[in-house]
Design a binder for this molecule. Structure first.
Ligand code: CMC
Length: 370
């Protein structure tokens, strides 16, 4: 194989078909099962979108009611999962906690070795329900706060905020959180989803695939960027320089500016306008116009200097910050959302499987003998 045939990072390589989502960089659009993500974010709950991703259609009222009951019944943190989390040091990254918790949940699952479509759907729904308790418990234990039991009278997003902060969130905050979950839910063959599909292609189980996907999402070139945005903001604020001056210096040092750029979208990320709208509402709710000024300042400076546009992580980071989430908890929120997309891809891969096993071109030393 010649050097030219190698596409580093699989850039531009179409690996398989998917009916779950369509990313269209030309029109900057993203469809989940045919529906524009902006319409879903404006009108649907995350629970409805989860069912859409898994089943291909929006649920009927009866299907939604049934799923909501399952979700609410599986919210309480499992004592074995809590015990495993307690073994992890407070110095470890919260993504390590999500990864470990998923693995423990998988090992204890009564259908652990069953990868039938029915078992996979059940596992996906239970993991979806269980992850908020993991994220909330971990954020609280890091500040010495006890776990908050779930509330069965609240929807997914309101309950997630309740378990994290121990108080009922304002409706506009719940709405912004719901929007972020929907926007983060699915994005075709990104690195973590592809990881999940690779693991599934070996006929391994759903929890193994999601555990591996969490490892892939942790990296700052992928999900970790939403945290990195907040570090950038803090650095700019602490140095007291304006965003354009900070950027000039960072680019001179050849730094990648987190929250900007995308492998697929080159003219802007389809999800950003909706997430920016949610951020603006939070800026108003929490009376923090300074944060929006910083946001806009850096976005404009990046546009002028490199003509590179923000990705979803750019508005998501400051939104979660305003809601009160600790910065290292941002990527675990992405996990809670993306469990839907990952598990939909696990089911799609399993339904039409072929072992994913690419080739490599050897460029080591020529054959030699002892
Ligand atoms: N800051 C500075 N320069 C950038 C950036 C950036 N954020 N993004 C791209 N560039 C430059 C890059 O230096 C390169 O310039 P040159 O041709 O002069 O070397 C050119 O743009 C092409 O960049 P690339 O890294 O080859 O493009 P890619 O398609 O491999 O990378 C990316 C996509 C997301 C890895 C990259 O844009 C990046 O590192 N961004 C920062 C991390 C980030 O925000 N990740 C979140 C991605 S979206 C949400 C998610 O999936 O989690």
């Amino acid at each position: 194989m010649s050097e030219q045939e190698i596409r580093k990072g699989l850039a531009g390589v179409v690996v398989d078909y998917t009916a779950i989502s369509k990313v269209n960089p030309e029109s900057n659009s993203l469809l989940y099962r045919g529906y524009p993500v902006q319409e879903l974010a404006a009108q649907k709950s995350f629970e409805e979108v989860a069912l859409l991703l898994w089943k291909g259609e929006l649920p009927s009222e009866a299907e939604l009611t049934e799923f909501e009951a399952t979700e609410r019944a599986n919210r309480a943190p499992d004592s074995r999962v809590k015990a495993a989390i307690d073994l992890l040091p407070l110095t470890c990254h919260p993504m390590d906690v999500c990864r470990t918790a998923t693995s423990v949940i998988g090992a204890n699952h009564p259908l652990a070795e069953d990868s039938s479509p029915e078992a996979n759907l059940r596992k996906a729904q239970e993991l979806f329900a269980a992850m908020p308790a993991v994220v909330a418990y971990d954020q609280r234990r890091r500040t010495g706060l006890p776990a908050v039991p779930p509330r069965e009278d609240l929807g997914y997003s309101a309950n997630f905020l309740w378990m994290t902060f121990g108080e009922e969130a304002a409706p506009e905050v719940v709405e912004a959180f719901n929007v972020s979950m929907i926007l983060y839910a699915e994005h075709s063959f990104n690195a973590s989803t592809f990881t999940a599909r690779v693991v599934t292609s070996t006929l391994s189980d759903l929890h193994s695939a999601v555990t591996a996907a969490i490892g892939a999402l942790k990296g700052p070139l992928h999900g970790g960027a939403n945290e990195a945005v907040m570090h950038t903001f803090e650095e700019i604020q602490s140095t007291g320089v304006d965003p354009a001056a900070w950027l000039q210096d960072a680019l001179a040092q050849k730094k990648k500016i987190m929250g900007f750029g995308h492998r697929v979208y080159k003219n802007g990320d389809s999800r950003v306008p909706t997430m920016r709208g949610a951020l603006e509402k939070m800026v108003e709710h929490y009376q923090r116009p300074d944060l929006l000024e910083l946001y806009t300042g850096l976005e404009e400076a990046m546009g002028t200097a490199k003509n590179i546009k923000p990705n979803l992580d750019y508005p998501a980071g400051p939104t979660y910050h305003l809601m009160g989430f600790a910065t290292p908890t941002f990527t675990p929120l992405f996990v809670a959302a993306r469990i839907t997309g990952w598990s939909a891809h696990v089911m799609e891969q399993a339904a039409s499987n072929s072992l994913i096993r690419p080739l490599s071109a050897y460029n080591g030393v020529a054959e030699r003998h002892l």
